[in-house]
Design a protein around this ligand. Structure first.
Ligand code: LLP
Length: 409
């Protein structure tokens, strides 16, 4: 988080002290750095310059319309998995020829919309889905571009619940099924098979599984003899959540792909979410109560698992950073929890932490990806606000849901 860092003991988002924001906006709230977003996107673009890929931001990781709009300005496309995401991508100004539609369970309504909006590629995941798209395309007298998602039976080292490339998972088609489906699609008049897509999971920091995936794709290309117009490598590039965790080396990944692309004229598509938006935000929260029990201190925050689900869902770690750093230490187990009526509503346990008191503010780091987008109204709590900082300016990019709106729905 280069643009969200401590400056003279104050946690700053670009040029603004987070503490100042905490006094202006009602906590909890998400706070984004525009510069960080721009830097991340640019770093990705630069690293893959020689490949010149289409970078389709994975909207499921963060669907804030203002952030999507900023990404659009930088040239990003979108990876969408629902009508809602498709319409949001369009509303953010992203052109249809930069949108890929993924997902294992697209409904007829969703396929209709994808066809109507003329997306670049629909990535299919089953034979029945292919039949349905062909039927819809025929009725519309159109020829629709599709890609097939391959299940390469390769998994990256990541949390079991965000791993998608193993054959026991619901995603994609096995190599055999892929080959058989290619033959069937050839005979379908209203479909153009233009792509092969893979996505083996999320938060992968090691390059090896990606190397294996490229090998499997090569095998498929040889067997099918299809010159795919698009090779969609999905997302999954991991970031650093833990102190000693290294983000995925994208320069090395680019080298691999360069080699892979020799003698091919396919266009590479990426669908990154986390790598672009993960370290762009913090979640600012206030300490409501501190209570001692069972030999530890429970620090009860005003942010709960409904605002940030990742720790409860995946035991994910988000570093807790006080907005004002001091050197006085608290010892013993300090457990940061939320106010929700669930035991899993806990963020992390620290062995030592600086002295804190009720009313102080802290932040949870690296929450830009799958933070707000996974949040809910559980316990009938309103969706919290999203704030964006740019230099010394700050603005609301999504208002906190009003109690009235919450109660009337
Ligand atoms: N493409 C496909 C087909 C996907 O399923 C996903 C993520 C992505 C791209 C983007 O992956 P990324 O670059 O962000 O790793 N909620 C979980 C992550 C679930 C990922 C689902 N699919 C979490 O909070 O860790």
């Amino acid at each position: 988080m280069k643009h969200i860092r401590l400056r003279k003991n104050n946690l700053c988002v670009e040029n603004i002290a987070a503490l100042k924001l905490a006094k202006i906006y009602k906590t909890p709230f998400y706070c984004y750095s525009l510069r960080q977003l721009q830097d991340n996107y640019q770093a990705l673009k630069d690293s893959f310059k020689s490949i010149n890929p289409l970078i389709c931001f994975s909207i499921k990781s963060n669907s804030n319309i203002k952030l999507l709009n900023e990404l659009k300005k930088m040239g990003a496309g979108a990876d969408v998995v629902s009508v809602g995401e498709l319409l949001k991508a369009k509303k953010a100004g992203i052109k249809s020829n930069k949108i890929v539609f993924s997902g294992v369970g697209k409904t007829e309504e969703e396929i209709h919309m994808a066809v109507r909006k003329r997306v670049l590629l629909i990535n299919v995941e089953s034979e029945n889905e292919v039949n349905l798209i062909n039927k819809i395309a025929k009725r519309a007298s159109r020829k629709i571009a599709i890609g097939i998602r391959l299940n390469p039976n390769i998994t990256g080292k990541t949390h079991k619940k965000i791993s998608t490339g193993g054959k026991q998972e619901k995603f994609g088609l096995t190599q055999n099924d892929f080959l058989n489906l290619c033959k069937k699609i050839k005979k379908m008049k209203n479909l153009n098979l233009e792509g092969i897509s893979v996505h083996i999971g999320s938060q992968i920091t090691n390059i090896e599984p990606f190397k294996k995936v490229l090998m499997v794709i090569n095998k498929i290309i040889k067997k099918t003899q299809i010159n795919f117009k698009f090779i969609d490598l999905g997302g999954g590039m991991g970031i650093s959540y833990l102190k000693n965790e290294k983000p995925m080396n994208i320069k090395q990944y680019a080298k691999l792909i360069n080699k892979f692309l020799k003698n091919k004229d396919s266009k590479i598509i990426f669908e990154p979410g986390r790598f672009i938006i993960g370290n762009v935000a913090i979640l600012i929260s206030k300490i409501i109560y501190i209570k001692k029990s069972a030999g530890k201190r429970f620090v009860v925050l005003d942010a709960g698992m409904n605002d940030l689900m990742r720790p409860a869902l995946y035991d994910a770690y988000h570093q807790i950073i006080p907005l004002k750093k001091t050197n006085k230490l608290l010892k013993g187990n300090i457990e940061f929890v939320g106010p929700i009526c669930e035991s899993s509503d806990r963020f992390s346990t620290e062995k030592k932490f600086q002295k804190i008191k009720e009313g102080d503010y802290i932040s949870l780091a690296n929450v830009g990806a799958y933070g707000m987008s996974l949040s809910s109204n559980y316990n009938t709590r309103p969706f919290i606000a999203e704030i964006m900082v740019s230099g010394s300016k700050h603005k609301v990019i999504r208002k906190r849901q009003s109690l009235k709106n919450l109660v009337n729905n």
